[in-house]
Write a protein that binds this ligand. Structure first.
Ligand code: CTP
Ligand code: MG
Length: 232
């Protein structure tokens, strides 16, 4: 069956800072968003890729270069959920019927193909699936005065990453039923699928060496080094 991909890339990169939003920063001479885009282009069962950006004219020069027939560019919105919803609307307007949709942050340049396949199959079977990593740090919760409240059991919690995969109907239904508060304050598509479409969200463990996101300054070094290593 056919699969669609949504790559949200319309954020402003506040935690990284700097003049250019992180998705456009050049890593080894190539803008960050192109790594994930090119990785999904190579996957044969991916029919369409919707790249969601703040301003489509920013990416047109790069897309002309790659000359892809799979890519559709759409305008993003004020939050990640809203941008993904815009991407989903564009995806469902495509002629071909895609049974599963993958959501992957454009600022995560490493896309492990094996994991993508596992997620797609798990989503097709269960409704939704997402990549997770074991936690590196111990997670605690704090009181409002900044003192320690409780220590969580590290082995009972996981970090949620992307890619995530959903039956298309599940994601469409979740975004049509969720509230404005979800769209403005939420961060987790799997939660919307669970809460509003009532599906089982299968978690698939990946490697933290693959599933990192460029978020803060140090991640730019990680990105150059990891991507250099992979290109050799
Ligand atoms: N994103 C989006 N639309 C938004 C906000 C975020 O498409 N309104 C995208 C980002 O471009 C990124 C992904 O969602 O590819 C993950 O978000 P995040 O890492 O939080 O990126 P930013 O929101 O840009 O960064 P920050 O939160 O530090 O401002
Ligand atoms: Mg953000």
């Amino acid at each position: 069956f056919d699969v669609g991909v949504i790559l949200p890339a319309a954020g402003s990169g506040e935690r990284l800072g700097g003049a250019t939003p992180k998705q456009y920063c050049k890593i080894l001479g190539k803008p960050l968003f192109l790594y994930a885009l090119e990785a999904f282009e190579k996957i044969s069962y991916v029919r369409h890729i919707v790249l969601v950006v703040d301003d489509p004219s920013n990416v047109e020069p790069f897309l002309q270069e790659t000359n892809s027939h799979k890519v559709v560019v759409v305008q993003g919105e004020s939050t990640r959920h809203r941008s993904i919803r815009a991407g989903l609307q564009a995806l469902t307007k495509q002629e071909c019927d895609m049974r599963v949709v993958i959501v992957h942050d454009a600022v995560r340049p490493v896309v492990p193909e094996d994991l993508v396949r596992q997620l797609v199959l798990a989503a097709n079977e269960n409704g939704a699936a997402g990549a997770v990593c074991r936690l590196v740090s111990t997670v605690i919760s704090a009181e409002t005065d900044g003192s320690l409240k409780t220590v969580l059991d590290r082995n009972a919690h996981l970090a949620s990453e992307t890619p995530q995969a959903f039956q298309t109907d599940v994601l469409v239904s979740a975004y049509s039923k969720c509230t404005d508060k979800d769209l403005d304050c939420g961060t987790e598509c799997l939660q919307l699928a669970l809460e509003y479409a009532g599906v089982h969200a299968q978690l698939v463990e990946g490697s933290p060496n693959d599933l990192w996101k460029v978020t803060i300054h140090r991640d730019m070094y990680t990105a150059s080094e990891c991507l250099r290593e992979r290109s050799n």
